[in-house]
Design a protein around this ligand. Structure first.
Ligand code: ZN
Length: 87
């Protein structure tokens, strides 16, 4: 049986300022890394495209069929083609 817990934080104003600054820094780092990756791809003559994330983790890499599973399931076992993969 799996258990899950939900927590709600009530940060002070000082903590909110620090959290927002940290998230802002993370956002800048992520966007800079993404920009660098895109630039490197362009230099290599490749094109960067964005993928719709819907069902991307549930698509079988062998046959392309959607195999519905919860996020806590780390094993992909395709009933259509028989592919079995463990994360
Ligand atoms: Zn499959």
């Amino acid at each position: 049986m799996l258990k899950s817990y939900k927590y709600r934080l009530y940060p002070s104003k000082k903590q909110i300022v620090k959290l927002e600054a940290t998230l802002d820094t993370c956002r800048h780092l992520y966007n800079d890394a993404l920009g660098n990756r895109k630039l490197q791809a362009e230099w290599a003559g490749k094109v960067v495209t964005f993928v719709n994330p819907k069902d991307i983790s549930q698509e079988c890499s062998m046959c392309g069929k959607i195999v519905k599973k919860n996020l806590n399931i780390k094993i992909h076992q395709c009933p259509y083609c028989g592919l079995g993969i463990e994360d």
